[in-house]
Design a protein around this ligand. Structure first.
Ligand code: IMP
Length: 428
């Protein structure tokens, strides 16, 4: 029998609490795959009541007997990868088998430096608010075909050749464009060789690991980082990350054909947040935003930055359903809305005096969008003890149903509190 394959994707601008859904699905997955992004992500995983935050490692890493795959679509900062592995070893944790694709690109020291210099040089209004983890510059080199891949770290001659050519370009950029100091070839080369020595046993044919698991009847979970609206193609460009978090990215970022994906599950907060710059039609700058931020603990896992907060945007949810082909939605942090008398939910945008219900693919259009709200009654009580849908107060059920009816996909999981057990499962 063939194993089941699921993709978990963020619906909004990241930080939707994908970890909760990943936890549920990772428990019976044989392989957990990261397919895009890098150490810009921050995934919180709770196993046996212990909390772990991973930036690069797939969430299945704490389960011995499983395999974890870092696919070709990921950009790897080896220092972060080893730090995470060493951190687990220091806590006495055994880890899953880890397979790193030969084709994954490496975040080099110059990528992180250039990421920060480029961000610093952008004028107000054009800043992206990157995490400074070198993600954009690393993907830029991949597409420019001057990147260093994981396989190069274990081929000293190839590495020497590629690095010397690439570093020449990077040093020109550093010195001539930014007036910064050039980087030393030998230092980076030796560092990269040391990374390669440690990474060599992990390198493998990542796509085969996945293929064999599915053929052998083991489930595979593709764990998305960031989210739909941060996708390089489908997100709010240029205020996006540089990878493809959308469902299609799971296929290209791991070497797995789309016809073999069984389910794509989108994770959305019951409200909406964003870190970094860019349009956010339902953003609440006043008291409501502050209340959501404080109650929801909305501060970045990777950078600690306060997140921008606002009401749930069904126009964006509908867009995520369409571009990812979502089969179900997981609605997280519903309890954060417990104290509100009324809850607003965006059902359409007004752009230049016209009402539209579909998400504009033009960022310039989105920047002009004014939210059109429906107002639903709040439930004004603690829902964190509810474990079935029927236990939720009527107003909370109506809110969930409103989202379901508009998105035209079922809400298969609801988060009602901070603990992993504070979850209502409805078919997932
Ligand atoms: P980069 O991925 O560091 O290049 O940052 C580009 C944009 O994506 C910035 O607005 C970041 O704040 C945002 N971003 C990157 N990773 C995450 C994430 O894991 N959660 C939320 N936002 C993210």
């Amino acid at each position: 029998m063939k194993g089941r394959t699921d993709i978990v994707i963020g619906v909004q601008w990241g930080d939707e609490g994908k970890g909760r859904v990943v936890d549920v699905l990772a428990a019976d997955a044989g392989v957990v795959v990261r397919y895009q992004g890098g150490a810009n992500a921050g995934h919180t995983v709770v196993v046996d009541n212990e909390k772990y935050v991973f930036h690069l490692l797939p969430s299945g890493i704490l389960y011995t007997g499983k395999s974890c795959v870092i696919g070709n679509g990921v950009v790897i900062d080896p220092d972060t990868l080893f730090e995470e592995l060493d951190g687990l070893a220091a806590r006495g944790k055994k880890t899953a088998k880890l397979v790193v694709s030969h084709a994954a690109h490496i975040v080099m020291p110059y990528h992180k430096i250039i990421d920060k210099l480029a961000e610093g040089a952008r004028s107000e209004g054009t800043k992206i608010g990157t995490t400074g983890r070198g993600i954009g510059p690393c993907y830029a080199d991949k597409y420019e075909r001057i990147g260093i891949r994981a396989e190069d770290l274990v081929n000293p001659d190839v590495l020497r050749d590629k690095l010397s050519r690439t570093l020449k370009i990077k040093n020109d950029i550093l010195t001539k464009i930014y007036g910064a100091d050039p980087l030393d070839f030998d230092e980076i080369y030796e560092k990269a060789l040391a990374w390669g020595r440690r990474m060599e046993p992990m390198l493998g044919d990542a796509f085969l690991e996945i293929d064999e698991a599915v053929r052998g009847g083991r489930n595979v979970l593709f764990e998305g980082a960031q989210a739909t609206l941060l996708d390089i193609d489908h997100g709010t460009y240029p205020f996006v990350t540089s990878s493809s978090p959308c469902a299609g990215g799971a296929c290209t970022g791991s070497g797995f054909g789309p016809s073999r994906i069984d389910r794509s599950i989108g994770v959305a907060k019951a409200y909406c947040t964003r870190v970094g710059e860019g349009p956010f039609p339902t953003e609440e700058m006043g008291e409501v935003g502050e209340e959501l931020r404080q109650k929801g603990g909305e501060f970045g896992a990777t950078t600690g930055r306060p997140r921008r907060c606002g009401w749930c945007d069904l126009v964006a949810v509908d867009y995520a359903v369409k571009v990812n082909g979502l089969d179900g939605l997981a609605l997280t942090k519903l309890d954060v809305l417990d104290g509100f008398d009324e809850i607003k939910i965006c059902t359409a945008y007004e752009i230049d005096g016209k009402i539209r219900k579909t998400f504009p693919s033009s960022c310039a259009e989105l920047a002009k969008a004014k939210p059109v709200y429906a107002t639903l009654p709040g439930w004004k009580c603690d829902i964190s003890k509810c474990r079935t849908f029927d236990e939720l107060p009527q107003a909370a059920r109506d809110y969930v149903k409103y989202i379901e009816d508009n998105a035209e996909v079922p809400v298969v999981l609801i988060g009602v509190g901070a603990g992993r057990e504070d979850t209502i499962r409805r078919g997932l």
